[in-house]
Ligand binder design. Structure first.
Ligand code: ZN
Length: 295
């Protein structure tokens, strides 16, 4: 694998950066499995640096984009859909908030659409939908489960004649090696006055201070972390005005939570049925949900 060494901040280009956290795994040993949405190798983190100017936290060295794209293309994540009810609850909240500032019937682009759970809900609410997803496995799942045809690939290989009125990035930004050129691509895909929705972990949250390296967002797939300040810088640099910051609440079934710690439970079918029925809403105040408008 090839590593990219950084000498400046990938968000604001400042060279005033410092060591933030020491890496805790051997990057030569990673593979597609570590990039699953349901990966439970928690506590494994990259060697992180932090920018003194915009406070962005980024892996250094980081994976090059080609290897990263290959991992996402090849990953298989059969467990993702097991938790579709919990995920649907998260997504309904987003659609409800979106409806207050945008009209369904518009054209929505979801980037990193996974198995299409969010797009299926958006379509039911009257949106015209388009989705981009790198994993071949998840693209097939979206087709089989919802009859949704996603574009298999990444933003860099996607093009559209029409610009979108809404673009959603739910748990995407923290997975990117290069958030700045990614945002430049989005500028070409969104209409003037279009709405951008972002959900991403908050590295400044109390959860990080309390849990330290055990914070559940420290995992190999997360190559970087934002906080309120660095998100503002990124969005302003690309012509977006922030409308609203919300704290993102997670919905999980008890089944999902328990299997994070006791993977053996996945074999116990009768128990699964029962535990999946019980849902928890967790407000950990450790993710941002942001609505911004293209100016
Ligand atoms: Zn910076």
């Amino acid at each position: 694998m090839k590593w990219e060494q950084r000498n400046s901040c990938p968000v604001c280009d400042s060279s005033r950066t410092h060591n933030y956290r020491k890496g805790s795994f051997d990057p030569e040993r990673i593979g597609p499995d570590h990039f699953r949405i349901t990966d439970s190798h928690y506590g494994q983190m990259w060697n992180f640096h932090k920018c003194r100017d915009c406070s962005f936290v980024f892996s250094n060295p980081t994976l090059n984009e080609q290897d990263l794209a290959k991992f996402y293309r090849d990953l298989e994540d059969p467990e993702y859909s097991l938790e579709s009810e919990g995920r649907s609850r998260n997504f309904r909240t987003i659609l409800k908030r979106l409806n207050r500032i945008d009209k369904p019937g518009n054209h929505l682009l979801d980037i990193g659409a996974a198995s299409g759970i969010f797009l299926n809900l958006a379509q039911k609410q009257g949106y015209r939908i388009t989705g981009i997803e790198p994993s071949r496995f998840l693209v097939n799942q979206a087709r089989e489960q919802y009859g949704i045809e996603l574009f298999q690939g990444v933003v860099e290989t996607f093009s559209s004649l029409e610009k979108f009125s809404v673009i959603t990035l739910v748990d995407i930004l923290e997975h990117l090696a290069e958030p700045d050129p990614f945002m430049t691509r989005l500028e070409g895909l969104i209409q003037k006055d279009g709405i951008l929705v972002i959900v991403t972990p908050d590295i400044n949250s109390l959860a990080v201070k309390l849990m330290g390296k055990r914070w559940w967002h420290f995992r190999i797939a997360h190559l970087n972390f934002f906080n309120r300040k660095s998100l503002k810088v990124l969005l302003a640099n690309h012509g977006f005005d922030i409308i609203k910051f919300h704290r993102y609440a997670w919905h999980f079934s008890i089944f999902y939570l328990l299997t994070r710690f006791f993977p053996g439970l996945k074999q116990k079918k009768p128990l699964q049925k029962l535990l999946k029925k019980v849902h928890l809403k967790l407000q950990l105040f450790d993710s941002w949900e942001i609505y911004a408008r293209k100016n």
